[in-house]
Every structure is written in C-alpha cells, then in structure tokens.
Design a protein around this ligand. Sequence first.
Ligand code: G3I
Length: 335
Amino acid sequence: MTENGLISLAEVYKDYFKIGAAVTVNDLVRLHGELLKKHFNSLTAENAMKFGEIHPSEDRFDFEKADKMMEFAKSNHLKMRGHTFVWHNQTSDWIFLDTNGKEASKELVIDRLRKHVEVICNRYKDIVYTWDVVNEAIEDKTGEQYRDTKWRRILGEDYIKTVFEIVKEQDDKAELVYNDYNNEQPEKLEKTYRMLEEMLHKGAPIDSVGIQAHWSIRDSNLMDDLKRAIERYASLGLKIQVTEMDVSMFEFEDKRKDILEPTTEMLYLQEQAYHNIFSVFREYKELVTSVTFWGISDRYTWKDNFPVRGRKDWPMLFDMKGEKKSSFEKIVDFI
Ligand code: G3I
C-alpha cells in the first residue's frame, strides 16, 4: 500500500464503489480542484443541472456551468451523476403553465419534460453514468404516502413510472435512480418500499435507490436502519447509491449557534460515525455502486445554512484547510 500521505480515497475504494462529490464550478480549481482530482472519480452538480438552473425558460437552456463540470470530468477521467430531472424544488414554473398562464395539461407537461430530458441526455450521457430521475417524492408526514407536488397533480398517480420511462427512452445504459432522504428510517423506508414495489410491478425501469445520507454524529440506530434499508431495497432487485452524504456535527433539532469550531468530542463522534458507516457500505459492496459526498471540505457546505442559516458546520472528511480529518483516516484504515 502507498504511504498514507499519498492515499487516494477513490483508489482505496476502487474495488468497492465509486467515490463522488457534489460540486459548484468554483470547486473545479485551486484546493478543491486538487482534492477532486486526487480523491474522487465521480462528480455531481450540486445545483447546476437542476431543472430551474439548466432550463430557466422554455426556449433557453443554460449549459455553461454543467459544461465546465463535464470538461473537468473528461480531462481528469471522472464520471458524473446527473442530478436531477423531477423534483418539487428548483424547478422552473414555466413547465407547469400553458400560454394563457393556466395550469398546463398532462400532455403538454409530458411533451416538455420529454424534450428537456432528450436535450440533457444527448449532451451529457457520454459522461453521466447514472441519473437521479425522481427526487424526494415520498411524504414525510405520517399516514400520507406521496408528497403533493405539481408533477404528481398534473401527471397523475403513476407519474414516477412515466418519468422513468421517459429517461430510459433517451439513455438505456445509465443506472436510473429514485433518490430521497431519511429513506433508511423505518417509516419512510416502508413507504418507499411500497412505492418502488408498485412501480416495478407496473414495469417502471428503476435500477437503484439513492439514499441521500444527510446524517449527524448523534444519529441513533443508524447502522441497524441502514443495513435493514439496504437489504429491503435489494430484495426488490435494486442497487443502492449513497448520493449526498454528510455527517453534521449537530442533530437536526439542535439549533445552538455558540459553537465556533468543532470540539474534540464532536470530532471523535464524527470519526466513529464515518468508521461505522463505511464498514456497512463495504459489507454491502455488491449492492452499493457509488458513495457521493455532498461537498468536498468543511470550507463550503450547504449545512452552513441548514437547518440554521449562517451557522458553521463541519460535516466533511477534509477540514477548513483541505487537510484530511481523523474521519478520513478511519475510512481508509481497513486495508
Ligand atoms: O441561484 C441563486 C443566486 O442567483 C442567488 O444570488 C443566491 C442568493 O442566495 O441564491 C442562489 O440560489 C441558491 C441555490 O442553492 C444555488 O446556489 C438558493 O438560494 C439555495 O436555496 C440553493 O440551495 C440548494 C438546495 O439544494 C436547494 O433546495 C443547495 O445549494 C443544495 O446543496 C441543495 O441540495 C439538495 C439536493 O439537490 C437534493 N437533496 C437535498 C439537498 C440539500 O438540500
């Protein structure tokens, strides 16, 4: 094995699964650019390929940022995850409105979606090995199965199947993913399982489940939940992708703002969490095809603004200087 300072995460995991990071265009240069080239073999656009960003009006696409990511990926031998076609967030309003400003018909929305998917797939499918086809369609509230979205209201109950079919028509080689958060937790797991079982039964071309993995250092039952979820989804013949991983220093309910740098206890709990989680990923390497982090280093993370706006968080494997944290060492110490 190479000396520790030379270890590449992607290299260590090359016989297990792809190692990815979500990026903005600013991450392609300087420190983050170097970390990407050294440790990762998969990129996800954090925002640049979402409907509202890449297709802001019916006759205008904005490919600039996604193209830069594609070029970076090509030059450095990385692949990309396509994120995301159908989501209730960051979606342009025009797709749901007809020329009179009224709600568009099902036929019109399907036609527009098909054209959108055709353009995006043709432009990026050489580099994209997997698409997040439908994102976050399951309702969090107890007792309700589906999130109430314009997509579902207009396209109807089987819209998830419809959307997967549309993407399959344009790219029949990529792994097609249903992606969601908290879907390892028992209640949402069962709802998701029911949805997937039904859609697969009806013939939807779904290959994988995306477990987003926005977790925290204090998540109890995570390992048991995660194992159960992987096994349950696999029982439907599906693969697993870990699509947006971060391990926050704060529990979701903890809204304190007085911690200005990670404590020794936090760093310790984080390295334990990363160690345990990656042991599970390795145990299920036949099922897990990629593990993507939702960022690169603690310098920049969406967690700095969620759930508390402006509160610094440190959820990644690399610190504010881009140095490896003890969490990094814990996930490569199995060799
Ligand atoms: O594009 C505007 C820009 O024009 C404006 O100047 C700026 C000022 O705030 O805002 C920019 O939009 C922001 C956008 O990110 C791009 O930077 C939005 O305010 C901000 O809300 C948005 O946040 C993104 C969030 O999705 C939106 O829901 C986060 O960066 C992104 O990390 C996050 O990613 C999602 C996944 O796609 C799906 N799963 C959950 C995950 C975390 O929420």
